[in-house]
Design a protein around this ligand. Structure first.
Ligand SMILES: [Zn+2]
Length: 446
């Protein structure tokens, strides 16, 4: 034990090690291999504000043969198995989880989803593959209008039941925090209904849900050819829903087929007046300056980004805005324009990865598959996609206390039956999740 302690005496781990700390945990996890994504343990993918480059960074911030002490739902201590062994007799068996050499990561965070919606569009998927054109489908009330119609028609109970299945699928693969957007109501009552269901999902499953107001997703059918009038409504509804406690952030779809930067700016001005952070669907199909606008408002994230320019990447770096990469939509649309990964790396813009789960362009409820797609389609590394669904996904939601295995962070963890962290990005379809812990509590059944 002494030899072991001496060998780590210069480690930051040692700073938190004392007898009173050791005997006060609510729970201890032992025999774990950790992918911490914490700079304290050597995780060193450089970010835009990181001037001290980690030349000796440790991949994944990994710590093998390790243990975690948990108190009041937070990570209270992280160290080596040897350090904790002598203290274990003070604990009851029920307070100790021996994970037998399995891997633990921070609980995964899906930072861009539209999981609350009514109906689905498999009928359109099938029709298109039988040769029916997008135009004909749209003329028959298909596309996003079909989802708006189904979402407006659904009772709150029905909308909850339909959305709950998607949340559970994500949680079964290690997700412990999720962002959920509105944007299929396009009227005040249905936007409220969607955000209410998102809040209810968080309450029922006792996980973190960040809600995002996305009324500026598409033009409401009632406002055909009157986009500016619709945006005026979007701006009027936001303070109402914010007052009701339903809004954590504000989003829009900035694109030639959706809203201009000037229209989005009007929504962002209202968000700013309410001290709400902003984010944006930007540069998915063309470059009309969405990410530059997000950077101007010091936004949390800019999302999609296939057509993002290097000039605007520099602006994102300066504003510490996260680039959220969404390979599910790229795959579903059979897109060929790759997001500028190399330039994002060059300018140290943190990259997150997400399912973008939605009924039209990404009917995907597997963050693990999104990670695999990020590697295979976009040439991201396994470490980048795992960081992108933990530490940088947390940053994309403004959650500084999640996404890392680090003292002081929430004890939100995922337990995996894998040989090494890269397995999470490598395998397709085999779910290696052994369990999740949220705020210090294991969720036995999902
Ligand atoms: Zn989206």
């Amino acid at each position: 034990m002494n030899k072991s302690k001496n060998s780590v005496s210069k480690s930051p781990i040692e700073k938190t090690l004392d007898a009173s700390t050791m005997s006060s945990f609510d729970h201890i996890i032992i025999n774990a291999n950790l992918a911490t994504f914490s700079a304290h343990y050597g995780f060193g993918i450089e970010t835009s504000d990181d001037e001290n480059k980690h030349t000796d960074s440790i991949p994944y911030g990994q710590l093998e043969k390790a243990a975690i002490g948990i108190k009041n739902g937070k990570i209270a201590w992280v160290g080596t198995q040897d350090q904790i062994t002598a203290h274990l007799p003070k604990y009851q068996a029920s307070q100790i989880t021996d994970v037998d050499g399995k891997w633990i990561t921070p609980g995964l965070i899906d930072c861009h989803t539209h999981i609350v919606y009514g109906g689905n569009r498999s009928n359109e998927f099938e029709a298109r593959l039988q040769g029916v054109s997008y135009q004909d489908i749209a003329a028959q009330g298909g596309g996003i209008v079909a989802t708006v119609t189904a979402t407006r028609a659904a009772s709150i109970e029905s909308l909850f039941a339909q959305s709950e299945k998607r949340l559970l699928a994500l949680m079964k693969e290690g997700v412990t925090s999720i962002e959920i957007k509105s944007g299929y109501g396009l009227d005040l009552d249905t936007e409220r209904k969607m955000l209410t269901v998102a809040r209810q999902l968080g309450e029922k499953y006792d996980i973190h849900v960040s809600t995002t107001y996305l009324a500026a997703h598409a033009l409401s059918p009632e406002y055909k050819n009157r986009a500016d009038d619709y945006i005026e409504q979007v701006c009027e509804w936001l303070p109402i829903l914010h007052e009701e406690g339903l809004v954590d952030a504000v989003d829009g779809f900035c694109e030639n087929i959706a809203f201009s930067t000037e229209q989005i700016r009007r929504v962002f001005e209202v968000a700013r007046s309410l001290n709400l952070p902003v984010k944006l669907h930007s540069e998915q199909l063309s470059d009309i300056g969405g990410s530059a606008l997000v950077a101007e408002y010091k936004g949390l994230s800019s999302d999609h980004l296939e057509h993002l320019s290097e000039e605007d990447i520099k602006k994102m770096a300066a504003s510490n805005t996260v680039a959220v990469i969404l390979p599910g939509a790229f795959y579903t649309l059979r897109d060929t324009k790759l997001p500028p990964i190399e330039a994002l790396r060059k300018h140290h813009v943190p990259m997150a990865i997400s399912t973008d789960c939605n009924p039209g362009t990404s009917p995907l409820t597997s963050l693990l598959l999104a990670m695999n797609m990020g590697c295979t389609l976009f040439y991201l590394t396994p470490e980048e996609v795992l960081a992108g669904s933990t530490v940088y996904a947390a940053q994309a939601l403004g959650l500084s206390n999640k996404g890392k295995v680090e003292v002081g962070c929430d004890a939100d963890l995922a337990l995996w039956d894998i040989a090494r962290p890269a397995d999470l990005a490598y395998q397709m379809g085999l779910n290696p999740t052994q369990g999740i812990m949220v705020q210090g509590q294991w969720r036995e059944t999902l």
